[in-house]
Write a protein that binds this ligand. Structure first.
Ligand SMILES: Cc1cc2nc3c(=O)[nH]c(=O)nc-3n(C[C@H](O)[C@H](O)[C@H](O)COP(=O)(O)OP(=O)(O)OC[C@H]3O[C@@H](n4cnc5c(N)ncnc54)[C@H](O)[C@@H]3O)c2cc1C
Length: 389
């Protein structure tokens, strides 16, 4: 049986970032990165909207994204002169009606205290800034002036994976089908091939499948796949200064080159666990739920047609839509890096760093992630993020 000090289950952005920062922190033990889908065809990372923001409701989430923003700013120093993830700093514009205004203002105060470059403008000022917007039902909007926008998720993942090739990390293509425990320790990871890997520590980086992987070790984690549909459309009129705009209904839209991408129409009332194999877009959502909102909010989008669509799965934490980071309190050599519920891509570098600090130094050094610990899950005590897009 092969043996590793660290076995990371899931090799997409979170798993790769954990391995990368373990080496950056000076961890010299052996590391296996186990991934069943090495092309990442179905990973949340590559099916995401690939955007980063500071507009969260709790400081800890802002700090995680700000760490990643710092990495984007010094990408070439970190990964070499060729490194490019086409980061476009076009901002987020989060719109609020009367009912949403107090939350928008409270969030803004938190963001400013964390150093976010975000302004809140009333409907009139927004119309002046963005003449293409309709202020029907809108009283204000929060706009990120810098540090927010979109990037190429696949390129970011490739940078991490390429860097790992020279860092003595074993890439193993396999499906993890079992995890052995001896009392309060995990001891081995079983692979679909029938082989097993002895493990000093197991890190769960399985994204939407994280709950399933935790269950293999007999641990309960309220993270499940939730299907999210993204539609691509074209419009005759080009809106060059379109930020990632989020309507109070939850529908969002952003520019992607010469086309636009939109989503956010899944109804809360019917939202539930997805079939892990279902990646078929729910086309009626575009006509029935998205188009009416877009046509109202941005009249230039009245005559649009969806040309393409895809569906991915959120790594959805049903307790509080927030990350679960760190060890299981009793099975302390099983570590969670899960449940980011739509904001895990932008947080992955920071989370990778946090997990690496825990393993290497026995505690957090860069960002204190204790608030994301499993203890709140065990106690059923939500640590809720309000800005889930
Ligand atoms: C439509 C959509 C839009 C999104 N938009 C954004 C956004 O704009 N910004 C943002 O920050 N986040 C966004 N997210 C969320 C983000 O994509 C995820 O939070 C993040 O990618 C999670 O990374 P991960 O590495 O944990 O999971 P994944 O990328 O899903 O990777 C998990 C990996 O684990 C592997 N795996 C699972 N089970 C096993 C097993 N048993 N054995 C071996 N391997 C296994 C899988 O094959 C997979 O490659 C979005 C998600 C979706 C679906």
């Amino acid at each position: 049986m092969a043996g590793y000090d660290i076995v990371i289950v899931g090799g997409a952005i979170v798993g790769s970032a954990v391995a990368y920062y373990l080496r950056a922190e000076g961890f010299s033990g052996s590391i296996a990165l186990v991934e069943k889908d090495p092309q990442f065809t179905y990973s949340a990372t590559t099916l995401s909207l690939a955007s980063i923001r500071q507009q969260f409701s709790i400081p800890e989430n802002i700090r995680l994204s700000t760490f990643t923003l710092g990495l984007f700013r010094r990408l070439k120093q970190e990964f070499g002169d060729d490194a490019d993830i086409t980061f476009r700093e076009t901002g987020y514009l989060i719109l609020a009606g009367e009912a949403g205004l107090p939350i928008l203002m409270a969030n803004h105060a938190v963001q400013i205290a964390e150093g976010g470059n975000i302004v809140v403008e009333d409907a009139q000022a927004l119309k002046q800034r963005f003449p293409w917007i309709s202020d029907e039902g809108i009283v204000a909007g929060a706009l990120g002036l810098s540090g927010e926008g979109s990037f190429d998720a696949h390129a970011l993942l490739t940078l991490f994976r390429k860097a790992l090739k020279t860092k003595n990390v074993d890439f193993i293509t396999a499906d993890v089908t079992g995890i052995e425990r001896q009392g309060n320790r995990v001891s081995a990871v079983l692979l679909g091939s029938g082989e097993s890997l002895e493990a000093g520590t197991v890190v769960d980086a399985a994204g939407p499948a994280a709950g399933k992987v935790a269950a293999l070790a007999g641990l309960a984690l309220p993270v499940e796949p939730r299907k999210r549909n993204v539609f691509v459309f074209e419009a005759r009129e080009k809106i060059d200064d379109l930020p990632l705009t989020v309507d109070p209904s939850g529908v969002y839209v952003r520019r992607e080159g010469s086309v636009y991408i939109t989503g956010g129409a899944e109804a809360e009332a019917t939202d539930g666990p997805a079939d892990p194999g279902d990646f078929e877009p729910d086309w009626p959502l575009f006509e029935e739920a998205i188009w009416p909102v877009l046509a109202t909010r941005i009249p230039a989008f009245e005559a649009i047609k969806a040309t393409r669509a895809w569906a991915g799965h959120y790594d959805y934490n049903t307790l509080d839509q927030n990350g679960v980071i760190g060890p299981h309190p009793e099975v302390s050599n099983f570590l969670f890096a899960n449940g980011f519920s739509g904001h895990g891509l932008q947080q992955a570098p920071a989370v990778g760093r946090a997990i690496a600090e825990l393993i290497t130094h026995g505690g957090y050094r860069t960002i204190d992630c204790s608030a994301f610990g499993y203890e709140r899950i065990a106690a059923g005590r939500p640590f809720r993020e309000l800005n889930v897009i």
